[in-house]
Structures are given as C-alpha cells and as structure tokens.
Design a protein around this ligand. Structure first.
Ligand code: MN
Ligand code: MN
Length: 467
C-alpha cells in the first residue's frame, strides 16, 4: 500500500469526507439492501393511502408478535403492542427493560401523501362525459397530475354504520381513471401561462365514464350509469359520497429505476419510505431493548399536522400516558428523557436543477440517511432546529454502527422551504432531530430514492431503538 502523504493524512484528520455509499459499504450489505428494497416496494404498492398503510402495518406487526394495546393489560419488558388511531395512524411499542422514567426511543414518520381527495358532491356529467371533482390534498404541482392513470381508494361510511372499502384501479385488469390535458395544437394560450397557473385546481376533473345508461330517458344518463355501477359494486348512492374519504392516486406500481437497479421510483415515497424504515426498525428488534421503543406513523403531515390523526393529536400522548401509568411514571418525566428521530424525506440534490441548492449543504443520493438539523423557511421559520448536543448524539450513534449518514438543508436559504413533524415532537419536550431518505421529484406522482439510502434510514431507526 502506498504511504499517504502528509497532506493526505491532514486532509483525512481535519476535513469532512463525504463518500458515495457504494464505495464504502461492506459487500455483505448488498444482499440485505436489495432484499429490503423488494419488501419496501410491496409495502408501497399496497399502501397507496394512509389507511392502506396502517392496515399493512397492522398485518406486519401481528406477524412479528405485536398485539393490540388494551388498557389494563400486563406490560412486561419485551411486550409488543400497537394501537390504531381511527384507521389513519398507528403507534407501536416494544416495552424495554428500563423503566419509563428513563424515557423512550421514538421514530416518527407520516403516512399521508399528496393526492386528489374527492369533494363531498364529486360526481357530475358534462357534455355526455362523467367526472369526479377532487379537492387536492397537500402541495402538488398540478400540471404533473394530468394525463396519467389514476386509481381510486378509500372508504365510504354509510349511515347504517357500515364502512365500505373502495379500491378501483389497483389490479392490473381494473379500469383506471385520468385527468385530461389540452392538446399542444390548441394550447397556444395555455402555454403562455405561468407553470403554477396553467392547470387551475378546478380543472383537475377525473374522467370516470362516457357510456349513457341504456333504455332510460332524461338528463345525466352517463352520470346515472356510473352511479349505477358504483351501486352494484359497493351498494353506495350519491349521498354516500358526503361521508366518504375517497382518494385518487397514481395507478402505477413502484419499480426499480436505472440500468443498475440502484433506485426505486414510485408514488407516495414522501413519506412512506421513512414510514417503512421506522416500522421495520421496530418490527425487526431481535431482543428486548433497554429503553422502550416507540414508533409513531401519523397522518395529515402534508396539510400541517393538524387534526385528530396527526402528530399534534393527543392520541400519541394518551398512548404513552397509558404505558407510563402502569409504572406510576408521570408522562412529563418520560418525555424529558426521551429521544425522537423524526423521519421524513430529505431533499436530494438534482443536477438538473443545481441552482436551487447550496451544494455544500444538500443531501445526495447514495450518501446515506440524510440528517437535517433544521427545516423551515424564511430564516428557519417553522423548524424545530435540533440542538448541537442532539446532533452530536446522533453523529456518534450512527458512526459507532457504521451507518452511512450525511447532513443537509432543504435548499438554498429563501429558495422556499417546508416542515416536518419534528417540531411537534420537540414541543412535547422531547429531543428531536430530522432524518430521512434523500428524494428526487418530491411530491410528484412518481418520486425517486436510492435503495442504499432507504436501507441506511432503516438502519438508523434500528440504531435509535437498540441505543
Ligand atoms: Mn414528508
Ligand atoms: Mn411532503
């Protein structure tokens, strides 16, 4: 081996080294990374909505020995419990050997993704074509949602107390839906408009039928035919849309991206790529952890974490208070010693748009789990801004386990911004830092991550639990 020059030695001792993960990881990791990616794609394809993700999480948790939490049940070190919040968020815990006054180790992520929710009166007919009218959810770039295949998933709650599960378009043979776009031949005026204004929200009309109901007279025969098909399949009538949560989401599955198959493309990876990492992190715990492990997978992050199924909901506090009560530990005592890895996707550097990033402070694909000291906008507004001591703690935790990590910002200061659930955890007096998988095309119907980074984020969640 060549002897290193003094400059080289100094460089290694004094300067930051950021390396491509494929150059530094142990070759024994190749198989686990590939297998993890396969498992994750299955999760992603099943979990096109937050409710679907929760259902899948429950299934996986029960396979791993978790049981529904019931007040009064006996909780021993090693007991694995979960609790579902209104079908849209879930919290899981593995009781540790240490008492809860020593705090808990938390990973948190969100399961909701940008999409097109149906309005309360969605179905209409216009010029012999039937449409469903959505109200978009989360920060979408509207031009990305036209002329792609869509599927419909969700629930219809009927007044008789039954809840009908709706899924149309998930199976290969299922019909799909689409939002039409203007042909370039006649788009002269539209093409002059600003990108954000060219496709107005109220033009995102989902095409669902064109064939009139035969042998009846009167108006709206195409609409009537569509409603009739829905009635035959699901037993629902038009007023039932009022108490429904139906989401139009992209009707394509997660796939490998690249000749080298190093990446995954798919819908809803913000933030299911981290949700899956948190979930697998707690499911894969092989022994009883010292501190109690808690995994919170929540809803409504994309619209500000408000509401009963969000990270701000007291559902999370109630669950932990229930655990603490069994050991006569005040919740506040547990919180003040707890730690949370707030897992949400990081912005991945995209060489096609280099102008929006500070290139020395941005996460890159294949450089590992992306830590983020702060998010926010206009001078960190809305960020939790982890303290230096917390950042040092996570650096050491990951370094000690050879887990590849990097530190980045959202983008250039004043270029835009965003937030995560981190601040709501931190507001509970819990030390929190953001970390997640660097993502390309964030919030697009088709987002891209690297398999290596997804795996490293999972490894980071495990590290948090194993301490
Ligand atoms: Mn997110
Ligand atoms: Mn998001």
């Amino acid at each position: 081996m060549e002897e290193k020059s003094q400059g080289q030695l100094l460089r290694e001792a004094l300067l930051c080294q950021s390396k491509n993960g494929w150059d530094v990881i142990d070759s024994s990791l190749e198989k686990p990374i590939a297998q993890y990616a396969e498992d994750y794609k299955v999760f992603l394809n099943r979990g096109k909505t937050e409710r679907c993700c929760v259902n899948t999480a429950v299934e996986l948790a029960e396979e791993a020995g978790f049981v529904p939490f019931v007040r009064g049940m006996s909780l021993e070190p090693g007991t694995k419990v979960y609790r579902v919040n209104r079908g849209k968020s879930i919290v899981l815990a593995v009781l540790g050997s240490a008492p809860l006054d020593q705090g808990v180790s938390i990973t948190a992520a969100h399961l909701d993704s940008p999409r097109l929710d149906l309005k309360p009166y969605p179905l209409y007919e216009d010029n012999e074509l039937a449409y469903l009218k959505p109200h978009y959810y989360g920060g979408i770039r509207k031009y990305q949602w036209v002329a792609i295949p869509l599927e419909l998933r969700g629930v219809v709650a009927k007044t008789d107390g039954t809840v009908v599960q709706v899924s149309i378009g998930a199976d290969e043979d299922d019909p799909k839906f689409t939002i039409t776009d203007l042909l370039p031949h006649l788009a002269v005026e539209q093409s002059q408009k600003k990108l954000g204004e060219a496709i107005p929200a109220e033009s995102l009309n989902i095409l669902v039928g064109s064939r009139p109901l035969a042998r009846v007279t009167g108006d709206n025969r195409v609409k009537l035919a569509v409603m009739n098909l829905l009635y035959e399949k699901y037993g629902i009538t038009e007023p039932d849309f009022i108490s429904a949560e139906l989401e139009a989401v992209p009707a394509f599955n997660a796939v490998d991206i690249g000749l080298d198959r190093s990446m995954i493309g798919g819908y809803g990876q913000d933030d299911r790529v981290c949700g899956y990492a948190c979930l697998r992190g707690i499911l894969d715990l092989s022994s009883t952890p010292c501190r109690t492990a808690v995994c919170a997978l929540v809803d409504k992050e994309e619209i500000g974490s408000e509401g009963v199924s969000s990270m701000q909901s007291h559902f999370f506090d109630s669950f932990l208070e229930d655990l603490c009560a069994r050991q006569n530990v005040p919740l506040r005592v547990c919180y003040e010693k707890s730690f949370c890895l707030s897992c949400d996707v990081a912005v991945g550097f995209d060489p096609t748009f280099p102008e929006v990033y500070d290139k020395r402070n941005i996460s890159r694909l294949n450089h590992g789990v992306g830590l983020c000291k702060y998010t926010g906008s206009r001078g960190k507004s809305g960020a939790s801004d982890a303290s230096a001591e917390v950042v040092a703690y996570i650096r050491k935790l990951l370094d000690d386990r050879n887990i590849l990590w990097q530190m980045g910002e959202l983008g250039k200061a004043d270029q835009g911004g965003g937030g995560t659930v981190a601040c709501y955890m931190a507001n509970r007096n819990i030390d929190t830092i953001d970390a997640g998988v660097p993502l390309l095309s964030m919030h697009a119907p088709f987002e891209t991550v690297s398999k290596l980074d997804a795996y490293m984020t999972y490894a980071a969640c495990r590290a948090v639990y194993e301490g």
